[in-house]
Design a binder for this molecule. Structure first.
Ligand code: GLA
Length: 378
């Protein structure tokens, strides 16, 4: 996928991602099943010969920039994702040079489709220059980890690896099963002849509530510390069973118990979904997606009335096989597997019922699993 681009200028395409299942499991050493999607952003880049990195948004002509020799602290804008990546690449010993770039996007921003990870990976390819990561000796998984480091340490979101991994390693036609402990992964084909992958944007832009996201992560770590303190040989929730949690219920307390239970059970559901996909068991997919959504709503408490309404509308629509919220939650999108001839019916159901229930406008987006970040060749 890494074709050499001419020095005069180059263009990077970087996809969003949708997670089929495995929510809030990545930072607990668990399993995830995301796919990169064909909604993408593009950076068109020219080298500047100086030490500045400047990016202009095609939609508004807003420009932001920073100096590679004095990156400074994050300013809480979109350029932080680019600056954070420059920071980690330089810290890892890569010699970067200045560029000017234009950013265009078909990927809804801040909608839970990983526009930030898409920008981070695009920035990494842009900053590493025409030879790309390959010439710099960085493979796709390693680059995802560097970008995750940028988001954790520079931007300040304690995210797991899922988003950067999916954007970097995506494969057309497939979801990717990642074991976030061993980092082993493999593509899992989706039955796309029969089913469409449909993302519904709830129109609610509450995005990454950084403090609540980071709080959920700390709560999981606290659960592990309590169990380890009782002598269990556990270093993450990956080592924990529901029976372990129930035996320590008093020590954990209700809230920690329910957060941890979500993670432990969600890991099991990821593996069950992979089995169901491989066996062509469509009915099981519906049950597992429904259980995941209920758990995120009731145990992890990261859903929202808008997301619940979308899942409810989808679930009542004949031909919708599976529906759940996707991503961090607190707004954003749902993911749906829909019989191909039922997509129009789902669109009608959403346009008739969602706005009266929520006062919001939803967007139904039919997407295809896509290749990960790379040079744009058209
Ligand atoms: C966000 C984070 C991911 C993951 C999901 C929830 O997208 O960036 O690392 O934790 O939330 O599954």
């Amino acid at each position: 996928m890494t074709t050499e681009r001419p020095d005069a200028g180059w263009s990077v395409r970087s996809p969003g991602r949708v997670n089929l299942i495995g929510e809030h499991t990545d930072y607990n050493d668990g399993f995830v099943l995301p796919a990169a999607i064909d909604l993408e952003l593009r950076l068109t880049v020219i080298p500047s010969g100086d030490r500045r990195v400047g990016v202009t948004l095609a939609s508004s002509a807003e420009t932001a920039s920073f100096d590679l020799d004095d990156i400074g602290s994050p300013g809480h804008g979109w350029i932080d994702y680019v600056a954070g990546v420059a920071n980690v690449l330089q810290a890892a010993g890569h010699r970067l040079t200045g560029v000017r770039a234009v950013l265009e996007s078909r990927l809804p921003m801040a909608a839970g489709l990983s526009s930030s990870a898409a920008l981070e990976l695009a920035a990494a390819w842009m900053l590493l220059g025409p030879g790309g990561p390959e010439a710099a000796g960085i493979d796709r998984l390693a680059l995802a980890r560097l970008c995750q480091g940028a988001e954790n340490d520079y931007v300040g979101v304690s995210c797991g690896l899922m988003d950067q991994f999916a954007v970097s390693c995506g494969e057309a036609g497939a979801a990717l099963l990642l074991d976030c402990r061993s980092l082993a992964w493999r593509p899992v084909a989706l039955p796309l002849d029969e089913l469409a992958l449909v993302v519904i944007d709830s129109g609610s832009r509450r995005t990454v509530r950084t403090s609540e996201y980071n709080e959920r992560r700390r709560r999981c770590e606290r659960g592990v510390a309590i169990l380890a303190g009782r002598g269990l040989p556990v270093t993450s929730l990956r080592d924990v069973t529901v029976a372990d949690l129930e035996a320590a219920a008093d020590a954990l307390g209700d809230e920690t118990l329910q957060r941890c239970r979500h993670v432990v059970e969600e890991n099991g559901r990821v593996l069950e979904v992979v089995k169901a996909l491989e066996a062509g068991d469509v009915a099981a997919l519906g049950t597992l997606f429904a259980a995941s959504h209920a758990s995120l709503r009731d145990l992890y408490e990261v859903s929202s009335p808008a997301l619940d309404a979308l899942v409810d509308i989808a679930t009542r629509t004949p031909g919708v096989v599976a529906a759940r919220m996707t991503g961090a939650g607190f707004g954003g999108c749902t993911v749906n597997l829909v019989e191909r001839d039922a997509v129009a019916r789902l669109e009608t159901a959403v346009s008739d019922r969602y706005q009266p229930l929520t006062g919001l406008e939803a967007h139904v987006l039919r997407v295809e699993p896509a290749d990960g970040v790379g040079w744009a060749v058209d």
